[in-house]
Design a protein around this ligand. Structure first.
Ligand SMILES: [Zn+2]
Length: 58
């Protein structure tokens, strides 16, 4: 399948990330903490239980 450069990279539960992410389903915003080197381990969405997240553009 060809790569679409406009496609937003998605992340899933358990990924260690930094920055801000929105739930792929309900758009809930989560942001990595400022402590612990700013690493956030992505949870399942607390609202809709989706396991997919997309990075919020800086
Ligand atoms: Zn959600």
């Amino acid at each position: 399948m060809p790569q679409d450069p406009a496609q937003v990279e998605t992340f899933t539960v358990g990924d260690e990330v930094t920055g801000s992410f929105r739930c792929a389903e309900c758009d809930l915003l989560v942001t990595s903490p400022t402590e612990n080197d700013g690493v956030l381990v992505l949870p399942a969405c607390p609202l809709c239980h989706s396991e997919s997240w997309r990075r919020v553009g800086a």
